[in-house]
Write a protein that binds this ligand. Sequence first.
Ligand code: ADP
Length: 228
Amino acid sequence: MMGDPLAETHGLCRSFADGNRARLPVLFDINCHIDARDHIALVGVSGSGKTTLLHILGGLDVPTTGTVAWPALGQRETLRPAKVAFVFQRPSLFPALSVVQNVALPVLLLDGRGDAVAAALDLLDQFGLLDLAEKLPEEISGGQAQRVAMARALITKPRLILADEPTGQLDSAGAHHLLDIALYLVGESGAAFVLATHDEAVAARLHIRWSLDAGRLSTDVLPREAHQ
Ligand code: ADP
């Protein structure tokens, strides 16, 4: 039997105010849950609300009505930051820090562990980025920065990883290469992974499919063996 879900929503709606005019909700009556080891592709056209849903699931935004909770991550309604990691659409690396410092930073900030740099170098090695460890973000390509951002997300060993179009700046081979490594490392850690994408070939690599269409979410679970 499964334990408590890592995250769940009930009747979640999100709309954005537009002056005095009411607007149709971006997300409407969304009921979903995320269990450990779920690998979820969140698909939908641009503007369908993928980023908004990821932000709410990660505690960066709140529903207009309805609820979001994280029953298996400590307190139900507040998140412990180390348990959830984000990979943003833009890699958002700190420009004055080297690649390895960017990857080590979450560990240094959270508990100052002495082996942060060694762990960061190990992750960079797995992503094929060891040669770039001492470079500054401005010296690497957009695709390399996305791999660095993915490594940074994994370093705290989060229980839930929310990735917003992490393959958006990569060609098809690069996207699959990043997914190979990310899915392997996520699988090893037992974390849940939600990946927003509009790329069907990327979505097909994950065994659960969430589709957003006109504010509604539909879900489809496929046999895990057919994937990765
Ligand atoms: P996607 O990630 O699928 O491209 P988004 O979640 O970014 O979709 O956006 C969904 C819709 O919500 C868009 O119409 C967008 O303009 C609107 N939206 C998102 N964030 C805001 C905001 N902070 N204020 C107003 N409208 C927003």
